[in-house]
Design a binder for this molecule. Structure first.
Ligand SMILES: Cc1ncc(COP(=O)(O)O)c(C=O)c1O
Length: 449
């Protein structure tokens, strides 16, 4: 935890909360009136914004949105990556409207699906693809296939990973044990029976976990993004590949967030060689979709399973997965967004944001850090963490909440749960300047210098 004066932080939080309440009367009234929504929100995480109630959306477009109180915000959260293409993207909207008028879900393949699979193969380098409605589901299906073709039960993940609400992955490492992640409710089975947890950037830990000979797959983000950004040290990902190959472990790379590194994610940028690949959120341009790809070798084994007459519903898929509407949305997204020239702009924005934060720290002699991964960046109140465990230990919830509420009160939305900013092609230099200015003022308020 950072050595900020806690009494001062408490006073500042009280005055920011008061300012928030006074300036958001309609959102406050909405929170009182939503009796039929469990806990007042349609999805539990929407309670986790700073302030006594969430702001209520009016509409979003490009890099901005407005709330029902009439305030406009620069959106640096972008639906926690679901709208990385920018909100209400005109071409994606038009393609979705067109397909809606032609039938959205028929449980039949379409030309769009074939086009999308081919484009995914080109971008990410894996030849065979299928679709789901979320990255969570795509991860679930990838784990299931990995177990089916290896005949092995265990999964390896990184400490403090996040891959969606997938039971096997909602875990942390405690000594040499796997336990449920704090705050994960109702785990289905003891997660030690399904999962071994290793530290990011620790190949010896991975070698120990892999050597049991019972591991089907290792599911990773190539850089951790969900406990703040934790970057791989040189040689780490190559080591992961060597160890997983040596032990016959299927390496699944989940690029749902790390697509921020470039149009082909870290896999293309860094020359990674996954056996399976998962992505969701961004590729739908704001519509729900997930996808999983696989190498020719894995695909051959999966196809052999499907040829078995005994396979019934298989435990993979869903009636709406791969629906015509999703496929039209992904086709439009990959045609008009997430393009190389757009990444040049979004990375430039993220670099300017990072520089603004870094300079604000340096001016005050604070040994805190900021990390960038492509078009995503994140600030810390500590030096850069090496592992998920270091990162989790450094989280300062009170300080995070203050920084987020201060930003909201000045028209900027950051991703909740950590201090992340993400850029779309619609963000402009003034958006970054606005963040830098209010960030600097927040540090002055906190430190008195
Ligand atoms: C790396 C990663 N994988 C999977 C998911 C799950 O995505 P969804 O909640 O859209 O299923 C997330 C969500 O944040 C994620 O960050």
């Amino acid at each position: 935890m950072s050595d900020i004066d806690r009494a001062r932080l408490g006073d500042l939080m009280r005055s920011e909360t008061q300012r928030f309440v006074v300036t958001h009367p309609k959102s406050a009234a909405h929170a009182q009136e939503t009796n039929s929504l469990l806990a007042g929100v349609p999805m539990p995480w929407m309670r986790r914004w700073p302030g006594p109630f969430p702001i209520v959306l009016d509409q979003a477009s490009g890099a901005r949105f407005t709330d029902i109180d009439g305030h406009e915000y620069v959106d640096l959260c972008l639906g926690d990556t679901g709208s990385m293409t920018g909100h209400a993207h005109p071409e994606i909207g038009a393609a979705v409207a067109k397909q809606m008028a032609r039938g959205s879900t028929v449980m039949l393949p379409t030309h769009d699906a074939a086009w999308v699979a081919q484009e995914m193969a080109r971008r990410f380098g894996l030849p065979k693809w299928q679709f789901a409605l979320s990255a969570t589901d795509a991860n679930r299906f990838a784990l299931r296939f990995a177990r089916a073709i290896t005949g092995k039960p265990m999964v390896i993940v990184h400490d403090w990973c996040y891959h969606g609400t997938v039971d096997e992955t909602l875990v942390i490492q405690l000594g040499d044990r796997t336990i449920s992640r704090p705050g994960a409710i109702g785990p289905q089975v003891n997660p030690a029976l399904t999962t071994r947890v290793v530290q990011f950037n620790d190949l010896a830990d991975l070698e120990r976990a892999a050597a049991h000979g019972d591991v089907a797959c290792m599911l990773i983000e190539p850089a951790l993004t969900n406990i703040g950004i934790v970057l791989p040290e040189p040689g780490y990902l190559q080591g992961v590949r060597e160890i997983t190959r040596k032990h016959g472990i299927i390496l699944i790379i989940d690029e749902t967030h790390t697509i921020c590194a470039g149009p082909g994610g870290c896999t293309k940028e860094w020359g990674l060689e996954p056996d399976m690949f998962v992505i969701g959120k961004t590729i739908g341009g704001g519509t729900p979709v997930g996808a999983y790809g696989m190498s020719a070798a894995v695909a051959a084994q999966v196809e052999a399973l499907h040829d078995d007459d005994g396979i019934d519903v298989s435990g993979v898929g869903g009636t709406l997965a791969g629906n015509a509407l999703s496929m039209a949305a992904v086709r439009a997204t990959l045609t008009h967004a997430l393009l190389p020239e757009q990444f040049v702009h979004t990375k430039h924005m993220a670099t300017a944001w990072t520089t603004g934060v870094q300079q604000a720290y340096e001016r005050r002699g604070l040994a805190w850090s900021v990390q960038q991964l492509g078009s995503r960046a994140e600030y810390w109140f500590c030096p850069p963490p090496r592992t998920g465990a270091d990162a989790a230990a450094a989280v300062d919830h009170d300080l995070d909440a203050f920084m987020h509420l201060w930003a909201i009160n000045r028209g900027i939305l950051l991703t909740p749960f950590h201090n992340m900013a993400l850029f779309s092609p619609f963000h402009v230099a003034q958006d970054v300047e606005r963040h830098t200015e209010q960030f600097d003022e927040a540090l002055t308020a906190l430190t008195g210098r």
